[in-house]
Write a protein that binds this ligand. Structure first.
Ligand SMILES: Nc1nc2c(c(=O)[nH]1)N[C@H]1C(S)=C(S)[C@@H](COP(=O)(O)OP(=O)(O)OC[C@H]3O[C@@H](n4cnc5c(=O)[nH]c(N)nc54)[C@H](O)[C@@H]3O)O[C@H]1N2
Ligand SMILES: Nc1nc2c(c(=O)[nH]1)N[C@H]1C(S)=C(S)[C@@H](COP(=O)(O)OP(=O)(O)OC[C@H]3O[C@@H](n4cnc5c(=O)[nH]c(N)nc54)[C@H](O)[C@@H]3O)O[C@H]1N2
Ligand code: SF4
Ligand SMILES: [Mo]
Length: 732
């Protein structure tokens, strides 16, 4: 008999409500099929190929069923997870005693959005050891969003609802595929279609005719990496033509005159030449955006990776701010929270705050802790650099440094130099292959789930999260495979803490405290009585607008009729949004001084590598599933057909792509959506450093083309990860 159970797909931040088809397999509830849930009021039957592959992800033969321990001389043996917890805890304790707490670091990767307790309890455990070396993938993603917010301030009334907007600007994101940047990820293609039928004008800035660019009213197909130049130009046009929101600027902004002065040099002619976008298109986009009544502009990973990530986000915020692209007093607030605390937004600025230079200092490149978290691109150096404070142990919670970190050779050297590498994973990832312990984890449908992370993402940027008060909770839907010994990450950390008799104080790392929506709650986890996952979720939701028990009454999810109006500015509020931050404007001046003509005429490295996401994989997850890869296990190098012809290669041929830093083999695929001179590849492929010859089975690791030490952001340490000059030659 098949049970059809509503649940939450947690593979990406969209958190679609889906139906799991569950069959009895000798006493085990086994998920055999996942489909969209037509009874879910928000998703209305929508799902994507990744979500529909959840049964394969849960049941495939390459899945780790038990934890593994590497024994000398290097082979892995099964270890009981309970034993592993004790052994690892003891080793961590000895490292702390011998080398100090800083010798232990944690790295949290993307799958953790699925497990609201994993990273937070991991963080509590690390703090209990006395270490603040807590890293996440955020600082190799879009850290500029938080840095820019820190130096600009934030409009507490929030941004408009996409469904009401007249104009929307997407800077280097492709939400139809990524579901995670720019347009709320709940069936974004449908959302966009409905919005355009209503008259929304979509402006897309992307060097590629991406899925959203194809639908845009104006597509600015610029040279990669020049987004800040384009934004400065648009600001200049809007200011010169007096199209900005004068009243909003007068009431809420500081530094406007200085911004106007600094962007003046970015004339339409200059910007057109530098970005290679027709002047009239730039002017048209600027006018279209500024003159729309309800509008917003936001961004994705493309611009973030091609240098000046903070400046780009900052200018984007300035664009929203001078155009008053926000919700005002008396209007209905977007993202009012359901499983997050209730709050009253005010029509006022949150003053700028300190964005970097605090907390734990890195020992390399002058980097520090930041508003976006610790600089992950410098963690490999912290492991390799000897001396006081050297990191000796790394715990990866659902992250894959070997696939995702820039400079793969350095990353591998670092992983191999560690005294202790522990990976929590569901399969033998390339990083897990180098680990001392691989802890086999449960997957989403084997743990309780809730849509709260899909709301929480709103604190990381605009244009994401549920626009309405939506909530869904799911109990455990499937049992782990027979004979397996699988853990939940939080529970493993709890067991280690208990063994070491360290009390855990658990702070759900929500933005709501930072952005003044509610007070931060820190909860102790009692060592004498182990809570269940459901208990912890109940604690996390203790102050949510819609009580968890109420959410549970609607297994298909529910949109609550919550209407929050933006309240007036508080009488004592003097905060203003700053459009003239010194650091940012100094960077803008530096950009203007660059010899851009020179940089586009590089005969040694005539092409540029740019990033792009694959519809069927979630970073490195899903590559091992035939249903998703279609049997093709490599990441193609997409290039314009005329570039292929000029190189004398054809679809399916092998080439070698080389940067100043490294080189990879790849298989080319014609794609006329790209500008000429570009090569796009998805990241998170490839195996270990010396496994290039296996590119047909594993794909190629673009991290090899990247250096962490040449071009990098001085604040977050994020290196240039896109717009990389490369040479491409047919494989010999
Ligand atoms: N060159 C280049 N580099 C990039 C990027 C790029 O576009 N180009 N993108 C950057 C970005 S935006 C990000 S976010 C990072 C991603 O960086 P990471 O998050 O470190 O990379 P992932 O590949 O997502 O790693 C996820 C790991 O978790 C495992 N996993 C999957 N499901 C589960 C689960 O349920 N539980 C557990 N415990 N583990 C699980 C997977 O097998 C995999 O090993 O990469 C960054 N690096
Ligand atoms: N299917 C799927 N969904 C995912 C992921 C996945 O791997 N697969 N990964 C998840 C993660 S971790 C993240 S962070 C998000 C990312 O979400 P997005 O940021 O939307 O990621 P992409 O789809 O790669 O879109 C980036 C776009 O930037 C463009 N681009 C490249 N360089 C530049 C540039 O210099 N300037 C401009 N303006 N554009 C540029 C690319 O052509 C591409 O269209 O997606 C998430 N969702
Ligand atoms: S869009 Fe994301 S949450 Fe929705 S089904 Fe696909 S992977 Fe799952
Ligand atoms: Mo990401």
């Amino acid at each position: 008999m098949t049970d059809v159970v509503p649940t939450v797909c947690r593979l990406c931040i969209a958190h679609c409500g889906v139906l799991a088809h569950v069959e009895d397999d000798a006493g085990r509830r086994k998920v055999t099929k996942v489909t969209g849930d037509p009874d879910n009021p928000l998703f209305k039957g929508y799902s994507c190929p990744k979500g529909r592959a959840l049964p394969e992800l849960h049941n495939h033969e390459g899945r780790l069923l038990t934890s593994l321990k590497r024994n000398p001389p290097g082979e892995f043996k099964t270890v009981a997870s309970s034993e592993a917890a004790i052994e690892i805890a003891d080793q961590l304790q000895s490292l702390v005693e011998e080398h100090g707490p800083r010798s232990v670091a944690v790295y949290v990767g993307t799958p953790n959005v699925a497990y609201p307790a994993g990273a937070s309890v991991g963080n509590a455990f690390l703090r209990a050891l006395g270490s603040s070396m807590f890293f996440t993938s955020n600082t190799i993603d879009q850290p500029g969003k938080q840095i820019a917010m820190a130096v600009h301030g934030k409009w507490l009334g929030g941004e408009p609802n996409f469904d009401d907007a007249d104009a929307w600007l997407l800077l280097g994101s492709n939400p139809i595929i990524s579901k995670s940047a720019g347009i709320p990820g709940q069936n974004p293609a449908q959302k966009l279609k409905e919005a355009q039928a209503r008259g929304l004008q979509l402006i897309v800035v992307d060097p590629r005719v991406s899925d959203v660019a194809r639908k845009a009213a104006v597509h600015l197909q610029l040279r990669p990496g020049e987004d800040h130049v384009l934004l400065a130009g648009m600001l200049n046009i809007i200011i010169q033509e007096q199209l900005y929101d004068k009243e909003f600027v007068r009431e809420n902004v500081s530094g406007f005159d200085q911004l106007a002065k600094e962007v003046k040099a970015f004339t339409p002619g200059y910007v057109a030449e530098r970005t290679d976008v027709p002047e009239q298109d730039i002017v048209r986009a600027a006018r279209m955006f500024a003159s729309a009544a309800i509008k917003h502009a936001n961004s994705g990973t493309g611009p973030s990776f091609s240098m000046y990530c903070n400046l780009k986000e900052y200018l984007l915020m300035c664009l929203n701010t001078i155009c008053g692209a926000y919700v005002r007093e008396g209007q209905k607030a977007t993202r009012p929270n359901a499983m997050l605390p209730s709050y009253v937004p005010h029509a006022q600025a949150l003053a700028p705050f300190k964005g970097w230079g605090y907390g734990e200092k890195m020992r390399v490149r002058g980097l520090t802790d930041t508003a976006a978290g610790m600089p992950t691109a410098a963690l490999a150096d912290e492991i390799l650099l000897e001396g006081e404070g050297q990191v000796k142990a790394l715990i990866c919670i659902g992250g894959n440094p070997m696939a995702a970190w820039p400079d793969q050779a350095k990353t591998q050297a670092a992983m191999e130099a560690l005294d202790l590498l522990v990976c929590f994973d569901v399969e033998m990832s390339s990083t897990a292959r180098l680990a001392d312990y691989v802890i086999a984890c449960k997957q989403t449908l084997e743990t309780p789930g809730m849509s709260q992370s899909g709301e929480n993402i709103k604190y990381f940027g605009s244009g994401i999260g549920f626009q309405d008060a939506y909530g869904q909770y799911s109990d455990i839907v499937a049992d782990p495979p027979h004979g397996s010994d699988l853990v939940e990450e939080w529970s493993f950390f709890y067991d280690m803490a208990k063994h070491l008799n360290k009390e855990l104080f658990f702070a759900a790392v929500f933005g709501f405290a930072k952005y003044k929506e509610a007070d931060m709650v820190v909860m102790p986890l009692p060592l004498d009585k182990k809570p269940s996952t459901a208990d912890i979720y109940a604690q996390i939701c203790a102050s949510s607008r819609i009580p968890l028990e109420e959410v549970k009454r609607y297994p298909h999810g529910k949109i609550w009729d919550v209407e929050v109006r933006v309240a007036d500015k508080e009488p004592d509020c003097e905060a203003r949004l700053d459009c003239a931050n010194d650091t940012m404007l100094a960077q803008l001046a530096e950009v203007f001084a660059e010899d851009f003509r020179q940089s586009w005429n590089d005969s040694t490295f005539p092409f540029r590598y740019i990033p792009r996401r694959h519809n069927n994989f979630m970073n490195s997850a899903g590559r091992s599933i035939k249903k998703l890869s279609g049997g093709r296990r490599w990441n193609p190098a997409w290039m314009h057909p005329e570039d292929l012809a000029a190189l004398g290669v054809q679809n399916g041929d092998s080439v070698r792509i080389s940067s100043l830093h490294g080189s990879i083999p790849a298989i080319v695929e014609a794609d006329n959506s790209l500008r000429r001179g570009l090569v796009a590849l998805s990241h998170a492929f490839g195996g270990l450093v010396d496994e290039d010859d296996r590119y047909l089975e594993q794909g190629s690791n673009v991290g090899k083309l990247l250096s962490t030490e040449v071009d990098y952001d001085p604040i977050t340490g994020m290196p240039r990860m896109g717009n990389i000059p490369v040479a491409i030659h047919p494989a010999s």
